[in-house]
Write a protein that binds this ligand. Structure first.
Ligand code: 4AD
Length: 458
């Protein structure tokens, strides 16, 4: 109808009263006519009226089709996930009614162009993404399950958290760099390397950007990156991915204690920024109703104390024996301990033998390293970090001890030759942090399209 005022195109979360004028149905004065685009999240057909909850990624809006509009073919056959354009005026909700933002759009026009319609019947989206469906089928249909409220809430939180990390690193004066993903050196042991042919030479997908971050310190000061890391994990667990997002930072001229303080500061500040956004805070509260800001300082526990704790609590090692000094604390034991203690833990001073070659030894007790894992209830380890060996000869001995050929590491070793320094850093698994924050059973639900042993699609 060309006699009607021109409609303003808006996103569904538009709140500006100059644009979205709400009026009561009996008000004489007209509100702004608006035009919205989105997909049918839900629809309810009554005799002469159709209620459509439209979704566009910014918000939800209840739209009402009445009169001739409700009798049209496209309205009668409307299915979930159909894309549509709706034009109309916005009204305040009548008392007692419920709809997003307490308002509804009374349509005077709608359009479902050819090809915008989603199937009904057998192929209806509700049949594709059934909550009780087999997890593998749901993962095959991840492109559709991502449209759901829970999956998309986790993705919104992820977006906010990633942004918060960037903000916090700005505040703490860490500079962002972007190290390569295709490398010829290992960081975290050969067992989890993805190998590939690089123009006739052997190369790997990076396990961590740490070694490259270390090379930036002399010119850039403290640095960080948020990049993908890759691990050929040969087991299926709820916290291991083959490709994950790794938040890593490296700090120069620090002590081990400085490293722990910084780590605690970054994690708490990220949470503070994330929770300061009321929409994101609401998603987190819905996903994880018991969530509470962790109290500082985090509990600090040495590896040796953890071994005693596990013995006292009769939590055995992987062989079913009581834990002894030198054991790698396995995932199950670590999680049980963290769940019982039920607060963030900085587990420190792991033995040299079970940690990576580059870790600095503790001056007071050379059996152990200045290393830290941050453990969170429900997930276990979400951060691994350490001070780095800064002495040239000691590093050469460490390569030898681990059976690593030092030749390809010349650029890393050179950092100990051209002005060495006490430095350290850490890596935080973004999906594990999110699994903890959003109380998700598995890290697979905290990334867009999870990659793990046996899955590289869609
Ligand atoms: O403990 P990791 O192996 O430490 C490093 O890679 C160091 N080089 C990082 C550094 O100091 N810059 O891994 C660090 C974190 C783990 O605590 C975990 O959160 C995550 O990376 N992570 C994984 N997340 C998902 N899937 C996997 N397969 C992961 N492996 C490690």
């Amino acid at each position: 109808d060309t006699s009607l005022p021109k409609a303003v195109k808006i996103k569904l979360d538009e709140k500006d009263p100059a644009v979205v004028k709400l009026r009561k149905p009996d008000n004489e004065e007209h509100g702004t006519r608006v035009r919205v685009f989105g997909r049918v999240h839900r629809e309810r057909k009554q005799k002469d009226v159709i209620f459509v909850t439209l979704r566009d990624g910014y918000g939800f809006m209840q739209c009402i089709l009445t009169g001739q509009l409700a009798k049209s073919y496209n309205a009668i056959t409307l299915t979930r996930e159909t894309s549509m354009e709706i034009v109309g005026e916005m009204y305040a909700l009548p008392p007692g009614a419920h709809a997003p933002d307490n308002r509804e759009l009374h349509a005077d026009y709608f359009n479902v162009p050819r090809g915008w319609k989603a199937p009904g019947g057998e192929d209806a989206i509700t049949n594709m993404v059934q909550a009780k469906g087999d997890p593998q089928t749901l993962l095959d249909r991840r492109h559709l399950t991502l449209r759901g409220e829970v999956a998309s809430a986790v993705m919104f939180v992820r977006d906010a958290v990633e942004f918060a990390f960037h903000q916090v690193y700005r505040e703490t004066r860490c500079r962002k760099v972007s190290p390569p993903a295709l490398v010829q050196t290992q960081v975290e042991g050969g067992a989890t390397l993805f190998k590939f042919d690089y123009y006739g030479e052997q190369a790997y997908l990076t396990q961590s950007s740490q070694l490259y971050l270390e090379t930036c310190l002399p010119s850039m000061g403290d640095v960080y990156c948020i990049e993908k890391s890759f691990r050929a994990e040969k087991s299926l667990t709820r916290r291991h991915l083959s490709e994950y997002t790794h938040v890593e930072a490296e700090l120069d001229f620090i002590t081990f204690d400085d490293l722990l303080t910084h780590l605690e500061q970054v994690m708490c500040r990220v949470l503070e920024i994330t929770m300061a956004d009321p929409i994101i805070a609401k998603y987190i509260k819905d996903l994880n109703p018991e969530f509470q800001m962790p109290s500082r300082p985090f509990k600090r526990m040495k590896y040796a104390e953890a071994i005693d704790w596990l013995r006292e609590h009769d939590i055995p090692n992987e062989e079913g024996q009581p834990h002894t000094f030198g054991d790698d604390i396995a995932e199950a034991a670590e999680r049980r301990m963290t769940d019982i203690i039920n607060r963030p833990i900085f587990l420190t001073h792991f033995p040299v033998e079970i940690k990576a070659f580059y870790m600095q030894k503790d001056k007071e007790d050379p059996r152990v390293t200045e290393s830290v894992d941050c453990l969170m209830p429900g997930v276990g380890e979400i951060v691994g970090g350490s001070m780095r060996m800064d002495d040239y000869d000691e590093l050469m001995a460490a390569y030898q001890r681990e059976g690593i050929d030092p030749a390809p590491y010349y650029w890393y070793t050179d950092q100990r030759k051209y002005g060495s320094s006490p430095h350290g850093g850490y890596g935080l698994g973004l999906e594990r942090f999110l699994a903890w924050l959003c109380k998700q059973h598995t890290v697979r639900d905290c990334c867009l399209y999870p990659r793990y042993m046996g899955r590289c699609t869609p």
